[in-house]
Design a protein around this ligand. Structure first.
Ligand code: SF4
Ligand code: F3S
Ligand code: ZN
Length: 103
């Protein structure tokens, strides 16, 4: 499961589409965590898609991640600022790749 303390245990190494990327990152095998309020561990995501289907405000968008060992696309929290903290994505992800910091 994603480390809920990732913002303390990892370093912000990059930005992607306006959100933070938390390392380590070593492409294409190791991609880190994308987002802060809505955080997706790209190294755990298996592209199940439930988060994209169920999020009521369409926070997630697919990004292609060719040659990643778990899946060739990931759910990117592209619109994390729109999140309404319903926690649905956290509940439906089969590999617990998502953390939402509802405060
Ligand atoms: Fe979307 Fe709810 Fe997850 Fe926020 S907590 S990203 S609103 S499903
Ligand atoms: Fe990935 Fe979990 Fe969504 S596996 S696509 S973050 S439901
Ligand atoms: Zn991203």
């Amino acid at each position: 499961a994603i480390d809920p303390q990732f913002h303390e245990n990892r370093e912000q190494v990059d930005e992607h589409e306006g959100h933070s990327v938390w390392g380590p990152v070593d492409e294409p095998e190791e991609l880190g965590i994308h987002g802060t309020h809505v955080a997706v561990d790209f190294d755990l995501c298996i592209a199940d898609g439930a988060c994209l289907e169920d999020c009521p405000v369409d926070v997630f968008e697919w990004v292609d991640t060719p040659d990643h060992p778990e899946s060739e696309r990931k759910a990117d929290p592209a619109n994390e600022a729109q999140c309404i903290d319903c926690m649905l994505c956290v509940d439906v992800c089969p590999v617990d790749a998502i953390d939402v910091d509802a405060g």
